[in-house]
Structure formats: structure tokens, C-alpha cells
Design a protein around this ligand. Sequence first.
Ligand code: GLN
Length: 537
Amino acid sequence: MASAKYIFVTGGVTSSLGKGIIASSLGNLLQARGYKVTIQKFDPYINVDPGTLNPYEHGECYVTDDGAETDLDLGHYERFLNTPTSQANNVTTGRIYYDVITKERRGDYLGKTVQVIPHITDEIKRNFFRLGETGDYDFVITEIGGCVGDIESLPFIEAVRQARWDVGENNCLVIHLTLIPYLKAAKELKTKPTQHSVKQLLEAGIQPDILVCRSEKPLPNDIRKKLALFCNVQLNSVIEALDADTIYDVPLLMRKEKLDERVLSKLRLPSKGEPQIDDWREFLGRLKNPTNEVDIALVGKYVELPDAYKSIAEAFIHAGAHLACKVNVHWISSETINNKSVHRILKDMDGVLVAPGFGERGIEGKIEAIRYVRENSIPFFGICLGMQCAVVEFARNVLGFTDAASTELNPETEHPVIGLMEDQKSIEDYGGTMRLGAYDCKVSKPSKVYSAYGSAKISERHRHRYEFNSQYLKEFEDAGMKAVGTNPESNLVEIIEIPEHPYFVGTQFHPELKSTVMKPHPLFVSFIAAIVKNNKN
Ligand code: GLN
């Protein structure tokens, strides 16, 4: 076993307490002390990965450089730590069983009966330790999805129990994130649900080392003492996690509660002085004291669930803070937009982003929104399907191909300006078969995109099947829509731009996936900067 320390984060009482944010905040503080950290998530559902899930289920699907389709918490890990994750950082029950069953079919178990313990738990542990064994990390933080007590997370919890023995006491700890509800009528914070959830962990053989307690109100000392006594943890290991203004406040709240110090002392590691969090504080300062304000419409089809566009929303926060500009994102369902309503809906917007997506619903609304912003010189940014819709709109209304479409939506069109690549045509499976992960892109100058990146060679992440149909490229370019980013190997069009427009950019890739607090994405920064400039004119 390599020298990495393993921290497991479990959840109790209810889901949605923000295990991902707590894990990310702790990772951030340890990193700020000079330690190398990675965070991984183990999800109890049976899908092999979240790529086939509807965004209404668990929010957006986050894509890593190596093309893994993963849980959106990996986005938080990257945004907080500013280091990339990979397939190894997200494992589901489905993947564990898939791998065990594949081994069984291959005869690897030599005739043994294959069982949850030890075969499934061994496979889980192999994955727990995989990143630690690379020698690249001092800490591997593992977030266990779901709540303790759920039937489906039992094998993960059992594997955590075993893992403690495998790596030894000083190399492993368990943080339990729980809720301390406040009962208004009684004017009291209640510890009982936490006591019960810790009991459930104890039944599974796990004594949590640290309790992180989500609460709307500060935890008075008597409540902390009660939690320590009944849950069998040290008083200073009861950590308060108050509701915060933004998720980016949480590292500072955890610092105040000394979560990082407790972790280091329990794992017998030196504190290496104070964590270097000045840059983070500066970011928060700019975020909270903006000097400008803009209104941006996010036109999409899953707008009732903001988690479906998590990375886009966060990218606006990073880029907005960078420019000390408050970005008010207005979530607009593309289904409400048509030729009659478009002016009313978009007239007060300073800029419009058309979101990624799949399928037919809401497409015509997206195209109508794009016509409106193109004709009215309102800054526009289209991502993936948003870029494809911009191409279709231009083909219909500028090139005059009235039936132009993407073949995803109209396979019979005479003008398939967006179509399938040859190597996608024969694919029948839905899981993991899109164009996924990081690809290089060559950016041509002069262009707004080049000025934004300040570089001709970039790499961005993809998740789509359909592409710009290069047979039409000349006609588009002659009419004023330029391909300013192309794949250096396949020549596929990755970025389009209308140079004559104040800001009209569409990307086939997903820039939002690479935006972090410390490295806001250049295209989000340039989009907001263009809006600010446009508003001044
Ligand atoms: N549905 C489109 C495609 O598959 C766009 C996908 C997306 O927006 N991520 O190409």
C-alpha cells in the first residue's frame, strides 16, 4: 500500500447535504497547506456511469479529459482543487458489478462462488485504493453517495469498514456529514436524527472520527457536547457547517471550524503552517463586491432544474468574479420562445447563452432566440447544441436554406448542415459512445476567440454525436459566419464566430467543464467582458 492517507465522507439523515462541497472544501484546505489531494465519488446506483441518465435524475453529466461521463460532484472537485479528475474518480455499483461479472465469465474466480463479501467488497476496495497507489497523492478523499442505511450503499459501507483495517488506523478516517434540524416551534436544534444515523454506522462496524453538522443556526456548546457524548467523538471533532451564502464560502467556514487541523492531527501529519488561502479570499472579495452587473438569459430545456446546467452556472460565477461583475442568470425554457414571444422574453437581456442538450423538444425556441440576438446585435454564446442551433439558424435565415436542420432532429432534410460523422453512423449502444473527452483545437486569428485564449492551440472537452457538416463551410464563411476553431487532425469545425457581430461565438465543445475558481474560462470571461462593453456603447 502506498503512503496516501484515505478519508471517507459518508452522509446521514438526508441526501443533498452537500458531501461534495464538504469533500471539496477539505481537499482545498489540505492542498492550500501544500498536500497533494484527489477526490473520488462512489455512487450506489446500478447504471455503469451517469452518461445514460436524464439530467432530471442527478443533474448534469460531467465529462473528464479522458472522456469519462461522471457525476456532477466531480465538477466541484475540479473547480475547488483546480486539478483534473478522470474515470478513476467516479465509480458506480454498476461498474463494480460489471467488472466482477466480467471476471467471473473469464473464469478469474477459479470456480469459487462469487459473493458480495468478499468479491464485490474487494472490487470496491481495489477502486478505493487505485489513485492512492499511483503515488501521486498524499490524500485520497472518497465521497460515498447516498445515505447510510440505504440498502444499495451497504457494500460500500462494508468496504469502508474493511479498508480501515487494510490501511491501518493512522492512515484512514471517516467523516460523517449529517443534519441538525432546527424546530421552529420548539426553538431548538435537534441531535436525535444524527444520533440515529451514527448508530447505523456503528451497526455496520464504523465509528466516525469527525462529525460535520449541517445546520441553519450556530451549534451552541451544549449541543456540541451532546453530539460528542452520544456519537462517541471528541468535542473538537464536532464541526459546524452553517448554511453559506455561496458554496465558495465553505472552505473558509471549514477553516474557521478547524476541520483541516482535526484531519491532520488524527492522521498524525504536520500542519505545514497556515493554509495559503489568500487567492481564494480575493476571489470571494471580488465575487461579493461587484462593480458591474449584467443580465444573461440561459436558454435551455431543463431550466426547472438548475443542476442540469451546473457547470455553466459555476463558470459564470468564476468569470463574473474575475471581472468583478455580478452575473444575473435568467433561466428561460426554450419551449416558451417563439416568433411572437421572443422580443418580450429577451428584450431586457444583455446577453444570451443557448445551452447544450439532446432531442427535439425546445429546439425551435432556441433557433428563434438565436435569430433575435443575431439580428439585434446582442452578445451570444452557444454551447454544443447551442452552437449547432446557431449554424442551423444561419443556414435558414442568412443562406436561405429554409429546411436546414441537424439530422438529429430531421434526418430527411435537404440541407443537413449538422450531421453524424461516418464513424458514429453504425453505433447502436447509447452508453459511452459519443465523441467524449479532451480534443485539441487549432484557433485561427484574428478572432475574438483567439484574443480570449491568447493561444492558437487549445484543448477542450466534448460530449456529442453530431458535427458541423464541412461541405457547407465555404457558403457559411462567404456569408459571414467563420470557422475559427478546427480539430487539427480531422478538420472538424469546433468553433464558429460572426466577426461582424459584437459577440457571436458557438463552440462544439463544453468550455464550462474546464472553468475553475482559480482559472476562470477565457470564453466565459470574454463573453461577459463583451456584454459589459456592449452595454456601455
Ligand atoms: N445533441 C447534440 C449532439 O449529440 C448536442 C449534444 C450536446 O449539446 N452536448 O451532437
